[in-house]
Design a protein around this ligand. Sequence first.
Ligand code: SOE
Length: 373
Amino acid sequence: MTMDVRSTRTDASATRALRAGIIGGGFMGRVHSHAARVNAARLAEIAASTPDRAAASRDALGFEAAADTAEQLIASPDVDIVHICTPNATHARLAAAALAAGKHVICEKPLAIDVADAEQLTAQAAASGLVAAVPFVYRYHPMVREARARVARGDLGMLLSIDAGYLQDWMLLPTDDDWRATSAAGGASRAFADIGSHLCDLLEFIAGERIVRLSARTRRVFDERGGRTVENEDIVAILVETASGAIGTLLISQMAAGRRNALTVELHGSRESLRFDQENPERLWVGGRAESRILVRDPATATPDAARLQPVPAGHAMGYQDAFDNFVADAYAAARGEEPDGMPVFADGLRAARLTEAVLQSAASGRWIETGE
Ligand code: SOE
């Protein structure tokens, strides 16, 4: 019988500060470290691509120790929860090792670069009873929760159509390069696996229903970057249909000049529409036939699940790092046996892996691909 450690936890970790170990000292390692610190964790250990880089990150971010390797950090008796912030192709191996070592895990998306590994990790996490979370962090903007609550209580009426996108431009130039551009490190998909996964997670989260079939086209603009062959896509255009019959268009690009992190979800219902724009996260557009209005974040008037994510009053703008801090707060609460609403777990990472596979299959075949649960 597998004991669910969260429900039976009686050891000291249920009361003392969690000890966080972070693997990766880059942009996401810094974001995770900030979130761990503001959620009262001890920054116990950090590992990076080399011992010297780990030591530099230890000093720069205020960790108690630097580990020479990721494996050493995972084995450490001084770490309760492992944050994996390394290149995509390493996620599955590190997450499996951390779970096997009895550690809670927060693994950056994509959980794995293929469905088989994502399935194995999801099963291993379920059997372990440990926290196994994936930072689909945009769920944690308070106005996303406001939108989700309004859809759930029927404000939109019947969902009719979806207009959504995720546009960036950091890969616009032929000289722009990144480890994600090579399939060996990044996986067979780049733009969709990296940001399309966020977009589909967010629209399914807000809409409260699944994409059940899709038809995708991909485009790779440059076949070479940094002197290396590029095999994955820069741009994805997708037609989707949802379980209730709504239809929609999604555009995902990392070559949209002038767009930095333009994640938008617009839902059209038989009574109302909603639009969330991640670059303006304090607001939510509500469209109506008679009138339209802009809701501005305010914990005093928010629905309960939106209010709980607002440690500051209206007028004190919250942003990306605040959303990330909210996500880690939920993951740490789960490590103490709580069950926070809407926390993204490995099963959501598996969902993203399946959608990624469907996008690539559709682009290769020109066919619609079924994606329902
Ligand atoms: C790069 O596309 C990136 O950092 C993604 O990897 C993140 O998941 C996204 O939140 C912001 O852009």
